[in-house]
Design a protein around this ligand. Structure first.
Ligand SMILES: [Zn+2]
Ligand SMILES: [Zn+2]
Length: 331
């Protein structure tokens, strides 16, 4: 039995399972459009997820062949993975913000020895211990979805997608990814927040190039949270977990959460010179650093790098010239 349901305001919600993920599901949303249905996101790329999406659409009186188009909040595989199968079944177009097109292609590119060498060099630049690099190499490192799910349309901030009798407006909200987009239904006072604002969890925000990327992902995320706050939207529908009662209030809580983490990290530096890896070790996580799995350590490392990047942008911390792997210290 599918838990798909009509949830008011002409919106259908279809939980699509993500195999072996603590998130459980990607919440796919569907609305009627002149050509059939428009989906917000598609779900993870496997047979179980596909069964969840197709049976969910049937449970709410539709078929996968009704899908006219898919608008993507961002490139992550739990959102884009099924786009290839949806397009093959229905001929749907697939639209994503231009800043995430390149990220999608990076994610799905073949991963040969050169890719592995680049990733290893990146971890060495962060100061990762050899044992952790070896543990990372034991993971399943294949791309999580294929190029058949690639978007074929570009979305830009302010674009409006035609729905039946109303429009769905794209709101550029970079941070969680460089090209993240929320979708606003102004007549219903609803925003599809993707992974930008979630009610029960704090979205991941990371910098993935070590020691220090030019992009300040956390600053982008803060700007996008303030932008969403300024829109005064009440009801939020995120991609994971439960609905959001007040988008602005929740966005404010997320800003506060990361400001606290920045303060804590600044304190944790003390008078030491430390690598990006040691920054990650000193941050607070949901369990002790030594108990975190190799995969989740790579996510935590990128999250630590994003917080480090923001402290550098704010002139609270600086890189020690000539250090290798790079060391950072308070100014
Ligand atoms: Zn995501
Ligand atoms: Zn997600």
């Amino acid at each position: 039995m599918s838990d798909a349901a009509a949830i008011g305001d002409g919106i259908l919600q279809i939980p699509v399972p993500i195999t072996d993920s603590p998130l459980g599901h990607t919440l796919v949303y569907a609305m009627e459009s002149p050509g059939g249905l428009v989906l917000v996101d598609a779900g993870w790329d496997d047979d179980n997820a596909w069964a969840g999406l197709t049976s969910g659409l049937e449970a709410v009186g539709h078929s996968i062949t009704d899908v006219e188009g898919v608008v993507l909040t961002h490139f992550h595989p739990d959102h884009t993975g099924l786009c290839g199968r949806v397009r093959a079944a229905s001929g749907a177009w697939v639209a994503m913000h231009e800043a995430d097109h390149a990220e999608f292609h990076k994610m799905t590119a073949p991963r040969g020895p050169e890719w592995l060498d680049r990733q290893r060099a990146n971890m060495i630049a962060a100061g990762a211990p050899n044992a952790d690099i070896a543990a990372w190499q034991e993971l399943d490192l294949q791309p999580p979805t294929g190029p058949d799910s690639a978007p074929d349309r570009i979305l830009r901030d302010g674009d409006t997608i035609d729905l039946t009798g109303r429009g769905l407006r794209a709101v550029f909200t970079p941070g969680h990814t460089p090209g993240h987009v929320c979708f606003h239904l102004p007549d219903a006072d609803v925003m599809f927040t993707g992974d930008h604002v979630l009610q029960k969890t704090t979205p991941h925000v990371g910098n993935f190039v070590y020691p220090l990327e030019e992009r300040d992902a956390l600053a982008e995320f803060f700007d996008s949270l303030r932008h969403v706050q300024s829109m005064n939207v009440t009801r939020g529908l995120g991609s994971h977990g439960i609905g959001i009662d007040d988008v602005g209030v929740r966005a404010g809580e997320l800003i506060e959460h990361h400001e606290e983490r920045l303060d804590h990290l600044y304190e944790a530096f003390a008078d030491d010179e430390i690598t990006v890896w040691e920054v990650a070790e000193r941050m607070k996580w949901y369990k002790p650093w030594s108990d975190i799995s190799p995969f989740h350590k790579t996510l935590a490392l990128s999250e630590a790098a994003a917080h480090l990047r923001s402290l550098v942008s704010r002139n609270q911390v600086a890189q020690i010239p000539g250090s290798s792997p790079a060391l950072f210290a308070r100014i």
